[in-house]
Design a protein around this ligand. Sequence first.
Ligand SMILES: Nc1ncnc2c1ncn2[C@@H]1O[C@H](COP(=O)(O)OP(=O)(O)OP(=O)(O)O)[C@@H](O)[C@H]1O
Ligand SMILES: [Mg+2]
Length: 381
Amino acid sequence: MGSTFSCCGSHKEDEVVSVVTPGNSTWRMFTYKELHSATNGFSDDNKLGEGGFGSVYWGKASDGLQIAVKKLKSMTSKAEMEFAVEVEVLGRVRHKNLLGLRGYCVGTDQRLIVYDYMPNLSLLSRLHGQCAGEVQLDWRKRMKIAIGSAEGISYLHHEVTPHIIHRDIKASNVLLDSDYEPLVADFGFAKLIPEGVSHMTTRVKGTLGYLAPEYAMWGKVSDGCDVYSFGILLLELLTGRKPIEKLPGGVKRTITEWAEPLIAKERFKDLVDPRLRGSFDENQLKKAISVACLCVQSEPEKRPSMKEVVYMLKGYGSEGKALQTRMNSIKYKDELLALDQTSDDDDDGGPDESYGVFGAMESEMQDPYNRYAKGNNAKHG
Ligand SMILES: Nc1ncnc2c1ncn2[C@@H]1O[C@H](COP(=O)(O)OP(=O)(O)OP(=O)(O)O)[C@@H](O)[C@H]1O
Ligand SMILES: [Mg+2]
């Protein structure tokens, strides 16, 4: 896939101007001119994909490094805020499973972020996109992706101060390096959580299908929201199915609705991605499904922490314990499903992979418990 973007040879290296930030060798400022040149003038041929923030282009920097350049679509205050959050968060984190910042560019009317180019693109493209038919993600790679992305999220939740909730864990935000090591990307929606705060109420952003119910309905954001999204991602990785599927009659079904009866009957082999052609470790599969069941529980307090998820996925701590084979699947309200674009594509995923952007929706939904607490105590008292 990545090899198709070989058009960069035409750019003029002598036009490239770069400024190395003193005291920081890991990222630097880029000039617009350099990025323009590196991406062949942001040409469509270099385009890797498009998301809520803007388009992402493949390029080659003046030092020969392959880069991915995210170009802000419009200069609204909201987009500027996302840019600022992303740069701020990226500057704070360093972990083998988080896509770090290579640099950025701030012009009068442009905002661009530069990352290392990930030659195996995203998990989305490997599972459902145009690369899905190429090299298969075998079982070993899938487990590596599950454990690595869990480690990246666990670092955000437990090791950075203040703690960070990602809020947009999904297959297109898990990128894969040349060795299929996963790198969690896109911190534009992230929330920095002050010490001692367990949850906050915010406007809902993210991608339907991955959204925890308490967050989709009432905007309650806690690290449990990322745990829920990770559970969906894990199911997607194991089963090869999309978080929301459109059935022939037009009805939309979530992956948990599909998986729930199979898990209850312990029909694990019917759950696993048929593209694996039966080549998987049954014990690992059972454990991973059990972890996914724990992660997607509707009560956030019952979900494990990401630290525990990593531990369990690595096979520790489950000796002699019964597997979790209950999944309470959630069904989003029809109004929400109508807004979803994730399942409207053809099965090949489409060229831009930008499925499921739900960021435009900002809801101010009322928490019914609060409503009762304020005005309707008599009913419960
Ligand atoms: N560093 C990178 N290396 C390779 N491909 C990348 C890189 N960053 C992004 N991409 C590709 O560009 C696509 C678009 O990314 P982008 O983050 O803009 O959108 P998205 O993840 O689909 O949606 P959202 O805006 O909700 O995050 C990704 O799906 C991915 O395939
Ligand atoms: Mg993304």
